[in-house]
Design a protein around this ligand. Structure first.
Ligand SMILES: NC(=O)c1ccc[n+]([C@@H]2O[C@H](COP(=O)([O-])OP(=O)(O)OC[C@H]3O[C@@H](n4cnc5c(N)ncnc54)[C@H](O)[C@@H]3O)[C@@H](O)[C@H]2O)c1
Length: 269
């Protein structure tokens, strides 16, 4: 169902890799709700070519940018304003990657070059994106910036590895930059803490299948899907949430506040 919630709004969407990506679903939903946007991803991710399909479907242009490059991000911001014909109302940061996870390095045996790179891509990039937007004065008043995160930022999940630390940093950046973006530009900044979701990044986490089933059984409403995450994100981009800022918002079917569920208890009785 479409509500025209984002009619006339313009944005930038980071991180659509394939049809499973949370950013992909968000782009489709934003389009349905009347928003227009520029799609962006790392130049290396473009080679897969799938993003072209999404661009065509949503009538969007693609501007490649490595989220660890300030130069790329500055260019992305200025080109996006040209393409969209003005300032920006919404931005989705949907980027994450850990080389320690990819290479199977245990948390107690990290390669710090990998840690550094993963932090740069997954966490500092959120600051970089916002700094580029802020310096270019690219955001309209009452605009909205959202990044995606996971509850391993608050609680320990052994296999989430260094991404847990990256997410804690990302959430902190949302609060810190949210203060200045709020004060000076009337722009809100939030993170959405999403359920485990079967995407390329999600499935890269060791033991993902067990992890997602456990979360499903622990959540009174069940896990939130990528499409449901897209819907929630739209509300934060809309004018209906103007005073929500500097928050980490759990979108997890109740998982984060559940001590134990009947289903999980039964496994021990
Ligand atoms: N899937 C889950 O279980 C889950 C749960 C909670 C939060 N999240 C978060 O959601 C976000 C989106 O991930 P997803 O699950 O849709 O997976 P995904 O693999 O589809 O998306 C990750 C994206 O990050 C992009 N990326 C990697 N390096 C980049 C760089 N240097 N510059 C620009 N982009 C780069 C990738 O190209 C890809 O598009 C991530 O922040 C992830 O941590 C995912």
């Amino acid at each position: 169902m479409a509500y025209n919630l984002l009619k006339g709004k313009k944005g930038i969407i980071f991180g659509a890799l394939d049809a499973n990506s949370i950013a992909w679903k968000t782009a489709e939903r934003v389009h349905e709700e009347g928003g227009t946007f520029v799609l962006t991803n790392a130049p290396i991710a473009m080679r897969m070519g799938q993003i072209n399909e999404l661009a065509e479907k949503t009538g969007s242009q693609i501007v490649p940018a490595d989220a660890t490059s300030t130069e790329d991000l500055d260019k992305l911001v200025s080109e996006s304003m040209k393409i969209l014909g003005g300032k920006i109302d919404f931005v989705l940061h949907s980027i994450g990657m850990s080389i320690n996870v990819r290479k199977g390095r245990h948390y107690t045996d990290q390669n710090y070059d990998f840690s550094h790179k993963g932090w740069d891509v997954s966490a500092l990039s959120f600051h970089r994106v916002m700094q580029s937007l802020f310096k270019a004065d690219a955001m309209n008043e009452w605009g909205s910036i959202v990044a995606l995160t996971y509850m391993a930022a608050q609680r320990s999940f052994p296999d989430y590895n260094d991404m847990a630390d990256n997410k804690a940093y990302l959430e902190s950046v949302a609060r810190s930059f949210g203060y200045f973006f709020g004060k000076e530009k009337k722009v809100r900044v939030n993170t959405i803490s999403q359920s485990p979701t079967p995407t390329t990044a999600g499935q890269g986490v060791k033991g993902f299948d067990g992890f997602i089933s456990y979360a499903e059984q622990m959540s009174p409403l069940g896990n939130a899907t990528a499409l449901e995450c897209a819907d929630y994100t739209l509300t934060l981009f809309s004018d209906l949430t103007k005073k929500v800022t500097m928050q980490n918002l759990f979108h997890d079917g109740g998982f984060s506040n559940t001590g134990v569920s009947q289903e999980v208890m039964e496994k021990f009785q």
